[in-house]
Design a protein around this ligand. Structure first.
Ligand code: 8YV
Length: 308
């Protein structure tokens, strides 16, 4: 089966795909490839950053499987894939720890002002005799988790170690020792920190609305390790600039790699470049799971981690 790489991937995964399957990368512009060798492509390997849309599916008539590097696959048109009988896999589970670690890092950073205090020291403000402003206590804080999937649960388990009061909102109530709250607005209203851990896509678009942000309020914090699309970003920026939200720790944005200019000057905001799963160990494990999916599909036409 012919394998095609769509969009950039980790260099080591690109090398493996070339070595194992002589997989070419879809050129830009793609037309000469799609009108020629594209007709033979049966498996596409892509990432959450790029994905496969309905148009590309139409132009790859032999396509049978899409293997997505990343847990999130909102950039691939899964409904269209299902309609065409194209199987789709992602890389769940192996990144839960690192994404949850990052969420905890952002919570601590934004509440205690660690990144901002680093700038304070480097600027010489400490040496000049300043007193760094007091921050907020993380241990024992009330944390709301929006989306209690595998990553949300990994975040909750870590927060237990901080004696946090954990509540959550999820499509369905889960059998867990955390308080279920029936709407995102109520969750925001009763927590100090709202952590976004839902999948991206149309069903969660702007789930963190202006109303949710208002419910968090000037003493509340938002942490996003999911997708930028989940948050009404203009409403978030407006609230942060006006001091109507206490702070935010953001690893995901609407128009990555572009970050709203209004956030850059705010010390109440911690900005990271979509790095939540970005460790050597986890990215290798994600690549290995991609390769396992490709190998199994070539062998028997099934995927190891199909998207349901
Ligand atoms: C990936 C992610 O780095 O897994 C996901 O959904 O967002 C990250 O782990 C990214 O999607 C790869 O492009």
């Amino acid at each position: 089966m012919t394998v095609l790489q769509v969009g950039p991937l980790m260099p080591f995964l690109e090398a493996d795909l070339r070595e194992l399957y002589a997989a070419p990368r879809l050129p830009d512009p793609p037309d000469s490839f799609l009108d020629g060798p594209g007709a033979q492509v049966e498996i596409v390997v892509t990432s959450g950053r790029t994905g496969v849309d309905a148009d590309l599916m139409r132009r790859l008539p032999a396509l049978r499987a899409i293997v997505n590097f990343g847990a999130g696959y909102d950039t691939t048109d899964v409904a269209e894939a299902a309609r065409r009988g194209i199987a789709v896999a992602n890389t769940p589970d192996v990144l839960d720890d690192c994404v949850a670690d990052t969420a905890l890092g952002l919570i601590i950073d934004v509440m205690r002002g660690l990144s901002a205090s680093d700038r304070y020291v480097r600027r010489g403000d400490w040496a000049a005799g300043g007193n760094y402003p007091l921050a907020r206590k993380v241990s024992g804080a009330r944390v709301g988790i929006l989306g209690l999937g595998r990553i949300g649960l990994a975040i909750a388990r870590r927060l237990e170690g901080f004696d946090c009061v954990i509540s959550y909102h999820n499509r369905r109530r889960r059998d867990v020792p955390y308080r279920y709250v029936s709407t995102p607005v109520e969750l925001a209203a009763e927590t100090d920190v709202l952590v976004v851990a839902v999948s991206g896509g149309p069903q969660t678009q702007h789930l963190v609305s202006a109303e949710v942000i208002a419910a968090l309020g000037p003493d509340g914090f938002l942490v996003n390790v999911a997708r930028g699309s989940v948050v009404d970003e203009p409403a978030l920026v407006a609230a942060l600039v006006a001091g109507r939200l206490g702070g935010a720790g953001l690893d995901a944005f609407t128009d990555e790699p572009h970050v709203p200019a209004g956030l850059l000057a705010l010390d109440r905001v911690v900005l990271t470049p979509h790095l939540a799963s970005g460790t050597t160990e986890t990215r290798r494990a994600m690549a290995d799971l991609v390769l396992a999916n490709v190998a199994q599909f070539r062998k028997n036409g099934t995927l190891v981690t199909p998207v349901v």
